[in-house]
Design a protein around this ligand. Structure first.
Ligand code: GDP
Length: 325
């Protein structure tokens, strides 16, 4: 495939148009595009380039785009190249996206060292995950130093994003009263950094209090082998006043280099690769079931048997699974 070789070379040499073309290919639902994208990803993986992948989750209004813009500009100011990707579960339903919209990060989107890509739309969450991973791989090969993956704090999207990141952070607003209630235990267990945003003006005392509460909760909840002393960490920031962002970067770098030196970094990436392999197998099997008219008909008829009580659910499922072969 000569054009795939050419595209791959152009991406490796950092050509912006080739990057966009490759992403369009990877996001396409067409079978021939998917095949080409797989070849391309195989080729690109040989470059061995790695970026620091940082996940950032938070509910709408907490300050994600303000934070990413300020944090991204700080990094590009240090000579780094930064890609911002979004995983937006709402785009799977409405076809529209509330994340990754360039108008939310105007300064950063004009910065030649930055690249912003909204959430792929029109796919189910599994499809969004697959496409986002492809975009991550393409951006890594293109030489980006940092890849920020933004998501909203709902449902499965957080754990999915955490599975494609080296470091996962959660952005929260200062709370009054019952601080910890709004945050699910699951997310506390995967967050490396909890950033309490809007620590400025009138909100500052509440932000400091909220940070202390989360720091306490994190200490109780977990101490993992891949965490050095002091991590996971809760910290106040003000994205608006660009306050505390240098500390966030210092923490991320400290955590990343510690994990690299201890061998946790590569182990986590290897485990994530196996996770995505298994997900791809599951998705492929499911696709066979839904793409094949005969199997679909058989499934409907078996469902009727189950509904009428003529067949037990597990038995009917076994019959169908034998047909997939
Ligand atoms: P997103 O929906 O999570 O992307 O949130 P935005 O970044 O759009 O921010 C929502 C609102 O919070 C906007 O009005 C921001 O100006 C405001 N905001 C964001 N960060 C801060 C901050 O650090 N301090 C204060 N006071 N307001 C902030």
């Amino acid at each position: 495939m000569k054009h795939i070789d050419e595209l791959s070379d152009k991406i490796l040499s950092g050509e912006r148009r080739a990057l966009s073309r490759a992403i369009t290919l990877a996001e396409s639902g067409r079978a021939d595009h998917q095949q080409a994208a797989q070849l391309l990803l195989d080729r690109l993986a040989r470059s061995g380039r790695q970026a620091l992948r940082i996940g950032l989750s938070g509910t709408p209004g907490v300050g994600k785009s303000t934070f990413i813009e300020a944090f991204g500009m700080m990094l590009t100011g240090q000579g780094k190249r930064v890609a911002v990707l979004a995983v937006d579960p709402s785009s799977t339903r409405s076809g529209g996206s509330i994340l990754g919209d360039k108008t939310r990060m105007e300064r950063l989107s004009r910065d030649p060292a930055a690249f912003i890509r909204p959430s792929p739309s029109g796919a189910h969450l599994g499809g969004v995950a697959r496409r986002t991973r492809a975009v991550v791989a393409i951006c890594e090969a293109a030489g980006f130093d940092v890849i920020l993956i933004e998501t909203v704090g709902v449902g499965q999207s957080e754990t999915m994003v955490a599975e494609m990141c080296d470091i996962f952070s959660l952005l929260l607003a200062p709370a009054g009263g019952d601080e910890l209630q709004g945050v699910k235990r699951g997310i506390m267990e995967i967050a490396d950094l909890i950033l309490v945003n809007k620590a400025d003006g009138d909100l500052k005392p509440a932000a400091i209090r909220t940070t202390a509460d989360y720091a306490g909760a994190l200490r109780l909840l977990r101490k993992r082998a891949q965490d050095p002393d002091g991590f996971p960490k809760a910290q106040p920031v003000s994205a608006l006043h660009e306050d505390g962002l240098a500390q966030v970067w210092a923490d991320i770098e400290a955590l990343a280099s510690w994990r690299k030196s201890q061998g946790h970094w590569q182990k986590t990436r290897a485990r994530q690769a196996v996770h995505w392999f298994e997900e791809a197998v599951r998705a492929g099997l499911l696709a066979r079931l839904t793409d094949d008219a005969g199997l679909r008909a058989q499934m409907r008829s078996l469902a009727q048997d189950v509904q009428s009580g003529a067949a037990a659910p597990d038995h009917a499922a076994a019959i169908l699974l034998r047909s997939i072969g």
